[in-house]
Design a protein around this ligand. Sequence first.
Ligand code: 5GP
Ligand code: ZN
Length: 104
Amino acid sequence: MSDCLFCKIIAKKIPATIVYEDEKCVAFADIHPKDKTHLLVVPREHIATVADATEAQEPLLGHLVVTAKKLAQQASLVGYKLQFNVGKEGGQEVFHIHLHLIGH
Ligand code: 5GP
Ligand code: ZN
């Protein structure tokens, strides 16, 4: 088991409010929500940052965006933000790629 927080949440070693799961990704509520809805859409595969992503991972990254869109529709959000923070200077604190879905 890696020492990664989000790998542990995906493996259900650490509790989280998981709202969606499929074979490629898991979505759960952010512990410090920035709006009424704040989810993190996280690939099961451990990739530290978008800066490390390869062309082979393009479909996986696209899947995160389409999954976030579906979750936004399910939550009937009127508008929302999709955000990847990349690198420490880019505001990234957890080094396992995650797409923020923030809206109301
Ligand atoms: P980053 O700054 O890396 O883009 O975003 C990391 C996000 O993970 C932050 O919004 C933070 O609130 C959230 N977070 C940090 N620790 C935990 C945790 O243990 N559980 C959950 N559900 N979210 C967390
Ligand atoms: Zn990880």
